[in-house]
Write a protein that binds this ligand. Structure first.
Ligand code: GUN
Length: 290
């Protein structure tokens, strides 16, 4: 039987709608809107598109959007001064500095300058530490979105075998922490893992976040497994096409014949990230107001 396709686009739209209604209630109660500040340094075209989408989604969810677009040659001192102002601005509940930053800026130092209680990306070491020890904080949006889709489909994850492929600070590590927190048995696999197909074959839950096109094959999967594909890879263009196709880290056509459920690329995990960002911003607003 072909796998159920997990519709991330619909899931994200429903989350954005819920957050929008709760944000309107927040405004009525607090007398101000929840606010998200997004900082973009430079002219990276993909980042410009992301920042534009974040701004639109923020306004559509009844929140205030503060966009700061700075030139590529902005100095570290100028960027840190802006972050300091946003940290102290009571209208700003969440701060997101779009990555990657231009090479002359130290990403870790910039993230460290954000007030951890406004760090809606969940990238600050304080929030990584809170997640590791199970304290409330902010969890990175993409793995939190994956977790929402997993619990929606599977309910209680206790005792399930999960494999997370990829150990980035933004997706793989927090994903493993979330699954562990939900009592799954978690294997973290990465480029040095000796027998990846074997690790994947044991898993009821597969989260692929490596950035390698169609790396996870259908015959690696346990029948009925739930597969979350975080990868977004563009293939080389086919003859006559201007752009190559977008594919995930999982060989979708093979995988859907074996899996119980799978997220497509595009339209799976991708749309969840902004929806969770709005959710995190609303949580920040409640914490900052209360
Ligand atoms: N660049 C690509 N994705 C993200 C994200 O989720 N947050 C930030 N800050 N930058 C990104």
């Amino acid at each position: 039987m072909a796998a159920e396709i997990i519709d991330g686009k619909a899931f994200a739209a429903s989350l954005r709608e819920k957050v929008g209604a709760l944000a309107a209630a927040f405004e009525a109660q607090a007398g101000r809107k929840a606010g998200l500040a997004v900082v973009l340094v430079g002219e990276d075209p993909a980042s410009q598109v992301y920042v534009g989408s974040k701004g639109k989604a923020t306004l559509a969810a009844n929140m205030a959007s503060f966009e700061h677009r700075l030139p590529a040659e902005t100095s570290a001192a100028e960027l840190l001064a802006l972050i300091d102002r946003l940290n102290r601005d009571p209208a700003v509940d969440g701060i997101l500095v779009q990555l990657p930053l231009p090479d002359h800026l130290d990403e870790q130092a910039v993230i460290a300058a954000i007030d951890p209680n406004k760090d809606v990306d969940g990238f600050h070491v304080i929030n990584a530490g809170r997640l590791a020890v199970g304290q409330p904080g902010f969890v990175p949006c993409t793995p939190l979105g994956c977790m929402m889709m997993l619990t929606d489909r599977l309910g209680d994850l206790s005792g399930l075998e999960a494999v997370v492929i990829g150990r980035s600070n933004i997706v793989g590590k927090p994903m493993a922490q979330l699954l562990l927190g939900a009592n799954a048995t978690v294997t973290m696999a990465h480029s040095r893992t000796k027998d990846l197909p074997d690790a994947v074959r044991r898993a009821d839950i597969v989260v692929a976040a490596v950035g390698r096109a169609e790396m996870v094959k259908g015959d690696w999967l346990k029948p009925g497994a739930t597969v979350i594909d975080v990868g977004i890879n563009r293939l080389a263009p086919e003859l006559g096409a201007a752009k190559g196709r977008l594919v995930g880290d999982v060989a979708f056509d093979e995988a859907r014949e074996v899996a119980g459920a799978i997220t497509p690329v595009p339209g799976g995990v991708g749309p969840m990230t902004i929806a969770v960002l709005l959710r995190n911003t609303l949580v920040a607003a409640h914490r900052n107001a209360g």
